[in-house]
Design a protein around this ligand. Structure first.
Ligand code: SAH
Length: 510
């Protein structure tokens, strides 16, 4: 007998779109996958649960565009399983709800391949939930049906028993029904459903681009045409739809649907992007800064070798913290090399980076700018004869070292890192900016703005500048933006990432 493991196929429901709506078991399957065969509707972010070494095969099926025929997909799944692989067949929503999961199982059964099915959150429940529509409700609906809208209702031998559905089920949920909406609504009314029955059509349910249109059986076709709703969308018919007025929440979040471009460096973008997305924004990242620490190794070598000679280490950015500790640990391999140096930080983000090394901050700036830090440092004086290390960006303002020196300190400025301009700019984001197709663009430092400008030709920038919807993290960045003749729409009063987010929320509240 062959002792090697047998292959196995897990048919996993990926959920409707929001990448958090996959089950724990679905994630566990992905984590052990050797092959992932996935569809059009599942969010590509889900693939990150699978090991980097797993083979990922896109067989994307959408109504208009068949990348691979079902027979070929079936054959592929069987083939991979026979290679003794752990195969995850990832399907949008639930694999057994209009997902042809049943057919795939039949094929696997016939081929003698082991399989398991991991249910998913189906769009017919999730999209209404995110639109504030419970599919059942004690007062409004005791039954619900999932119906394919893919069948032309006017064809002679329809499988859908309209006469029973129209009056026999309280809530009707149609999948794939946008194209056939005129036929569906006509058929329901013809078979006795009241024309004033509420109807909602939800496109891209659970995603930050969710769109919901409501009306009644006799108006919804017009409303959908008016709003230009296209697939994929769920249509839900029944009294429960009226609850949306009261219960909707997803589309009411403060930044829902706002398109915000985040220009922070790739390494730092995610904290800001995450906060904005949690509030409902559609965030695109356009990193204008990359951090280069290679060039600064020599500048850091001497201070690191003599690190126990310093009374103070003053940090002015999370990047400086990372670069410093990476160099320190590379040389000493032991955090105690720091000795008794006291530590100062310019703000909460920098302090968090320091705390991550299990170190406390002795002095934090009152206000997160160099002047604010100086104020707090002054109170921690006297500075006469003190040795201070300032690991920071290659280019930075001189006010900190100059003032400390004036107070009598011996200051070593070490270029811990250098910010460089990325060479690649996603052309679709550039187009969106030039064509004013976004709501806000955030700048969290002067260099993000300088580098942003450099991504455009002079002609492009002169077209873009007058309408630029810039958000500035604070006065220094604002001065830089004004230098280009642009007035930022927003300046954060607290000069931190949370402060920036609060300022954006306030702006949209008005
Ligand atoms: N197995 C999937 C359904 C596949 S059929 C599930 O259980 O959800 C494809 C149809 O599902 C689309 O035409 C659309 O009607 C619906 N659908 C899938 N994802 C959707 C989403 N995020 N928002 C609205 N409808 C969606």
């Amino acid at each position: 007998m062959n002792t090697r493991k047998r292959g196995k196929v897990f048919l996993v429901g990926a959920g409707p779109g929001d990448s958090g709506l996959i089950t724990l078991k679905g994630v566990q399957c992905l984590e052990k996958a050797e092959v992932v065969i996935y569809d059009y509707l599942s969010d590509p972010a889900l693939l990150e649960h699978a090991p980097g070494t797993a083979e990922k095969i896109y067989v994307g099926k959408s109504a208009s565009q068949h990348t691979m025929e079902q027979d070929d997909i079936n054959a592929l799944i069987v083939k991979k399983a026979r290679e003794r692989k752990i195969v995850v067949r990832l399907k949008g929503g639930d694999p057994f709800v209009f997902g042809r999961g049943g057919e795939e199982c039949e094929v696997l059964k016939d081929a003698g391949v082991l399989y398991e099915v991991v249910p998913g959150v189906t769009a017919g429940i999730a999209a209404p939930a995110y639109a504030g529509i419970p599919v059942t409700h004690r007062g409004f609906a005791s039954s619900v049906a999932f119906i394919t809208g893919n069948e032309d209702p006017t064809k002679a031998q329809t499988n859908i028993r309209w006469e029973h559905l129209a009056k026999g089920v309280d809530t009707l949920v149609f999948y794939m029904g946008v194209g056939n909406l005129p036929g569906i609504t006509a058929e329901l009314m013809k078979h006795g459903r009241a024309p004033e029955t509420p109807v909602a059509v939800i496109r891209w349910g659970t995603k930050s681009t969710q769109q919901t249109v409501t009306g009644t059986l006799d108006t919804i076709v017009e409303m959908v045409a008016l709003k230009g709703i296209k697939p994929p969308a769920i249509t839900i018919v029944g009294l429960v739809v009226s609850l949306r007025d009261q219960l909707q929440w997803f589309e009411r979040r403060p930044l829902f649907g706002k398109r915000i471009i985040n220009t922070r460096s790739r390494a730092q973008a995610s904290a800001l992007s995450e906060r904005l997305r949690d509030l409902g924004a559609v965030v695109q990242e356009l990193p204008t800064i990359e951090i280069d620490t290679a060039a600064s190794a020599s500048a850091m070598a001497a201070p690191i070798a003599n690190i126990d000679k310093y009374n103070w280490i003053v940090f002015t950015s999370p990047n400086g913290v990372e670069a410093f500790f990476t160099a320190l640990l590379a040389t000493w391999g032991d955090i105690r090399a720091l000795g008794n140096a006291r530590i100062a930080s310019i703000g909460p983000g920098t302090s968090a980076a320091i705390n991550a090394y299990r170190l406390k901050v002795n002095v934090t700036a009152e206000e997160a700018v160099a002047e604010g830090l100086l104020k707090s440092l002054e109170a921690a004086g006297p500075w006469t004869g003190k040795t201070v290390l300032l690991p920071r960006a290659e280019k930075a303002r001189d006010i900190l070292p100059e003032t400390l020196q004036r107070w009598g300190a011996h200051v070593t400025v070490a270029a811990a890192y250098r910010t460089v301009r990325p060479t690649f700019l996603d052309p679709s984001i550039k187009d969106a900016i030039i064509n004013n197709n976004y709501d806000l663009i955030t700048f969290s430092s002067s260099s993000t703005f300088d580098n942003f400008v450099a991504l455009f030709t002079t002609e492009e920038f002169s077209r873009t500048a007058p309408a630029l919807k810039a958000v500035s993290i604070g006065p220094i960045t604002t001065t830089t933006i004004r230098h280009y003749g642009i007035e930022p729409l927003i300046e954060a009063s607290e000069h931190t990432i949370p402060g920036l987010v609060t300022a954006i929320e306030e702006y949209f509240k008005k």
